[in-house]
Design a protein around this ligand. Structure first.
Ligand code: SF4
Ligand code: F3S
Ligand code: FES
Length: 253
């Protein structure tokens, strides 16, 4: 089935902009990104949009469709009523570069602030062994395609620009959790305390587990239940367990 759809697309740049109305053809099986491409080929050749894979794997085509953060290439037109107007706007949490393209460099800054995996000094490459149970626990987090939809959605930064300095956001707190759960990570030996870092450097305390990040993740990663809550529990264990506290003081001498 083909029909003419009504679209409203945000056009503008850092200095301002607004919604522009379009009427555009939609064909069976198409996704929102197809329609944006059709607009580029017809009524709006200068419409800016970021995309790469059109398969839900590169994480580039994030936007807000009818107010909901989604990947444009994974949002089928069939989920909308043909009579409905579909509104496409850029991610709200990041500064607009142009039209649907935002400057996501906040995320790269936060990524760099998480200390990398530290290989264990006592083992040579090839001698690493991990239990399947430990691998399974962190494997889920590796599905992240860095679309930054979770970062865009979390209310801690969505409406509070001022929190960006102190809050790494769900994607990068999940990265801290992944490394803290990694059985071979030897950050402690290198003087890096990941749990203290989660609290003091990455703003774990700002997260009040509203789970909005989890709801929008296109990879269906259980960010809150499997990464953020366990990380909070680990941070609390470290802070309130007197033996853990004493051990960490002795190790640091
Ligand atoms: Fe996107 Fe999910 Fe990764 Fe967040 S955790 S960046 S929503 S894939
Ligand atoms: Fe934000 Fe997710 Fe926590 S939405 S408040 S990081 S549970
Ligand atoms: Fe790659 Fe949409 S174009 S995720």
């Amino acid at each position: 089935m083909s029909y003419q759809a009504r679209f409203k697309v945000w056009r503008g740049d850092a200095d301002g902009g607004g919604l522009v109305d379009y009427e555009v053809a939609v064909h069976e099986g198409e996704v929102v990104l197809d329609i944006i491409h059709r607009l580029q080929a017809t009524a709006a050749p200068d419409l800016a949009v970021r995309w790469n894979c059109k398969a839900g794997k590169c994480g580039s085509c994030s936007a807000e469709i009818n107010g909901r953060p989604r990947l444009m290439c994974m949002t089928r037109m069939s989920v909308f009523d043909p009579a409905e107007t579909v509104t496409v706007t850029p991610m709200r949490t990041f500064p607009v570069t142009r039209d649907l393209v935002t400057d996501v460099s906040y995320n790269y800054v936060k990524a760099r602030e998480v200390p990398s995996f530290v290989p264990p000094a006592r083992l040579k490459p090839g001698e690493y062994r991990m239990r399947q149970e430990d691998v399974g626990r962190i494997q889920e987090f590796r599905k992240c395609i860095e679309c930054f939809l979770c970062q865009n959605t979390c209310h801690v930064v969505r409406d509070h620009e001022e929190n960006k300095t102190n809050f790494a956001g769900p994607r990068f707190l999940m990265r801290v959790a992944e490394l803290d759960m990694h059985p071979l990570d030897a950050a402690d030996e290198a003087g890096v305390d990941r749990r203290q870092g989660a609290r003091e450097d990455h703003g774990l305390g700002y997260c009040n587990i509203t789970k909005c990040c989890t709801e929008v993740c296109p990879e269906h990663i259980k960010i809150t239940d499997n990464a953020l809550i366990p990380l909070k529990e680990r941070v609390v264990d470290r802070s309130y367990d007197p033996l853990v506290w004493l051990g960490s003081k002795i190790r640091r001498r």
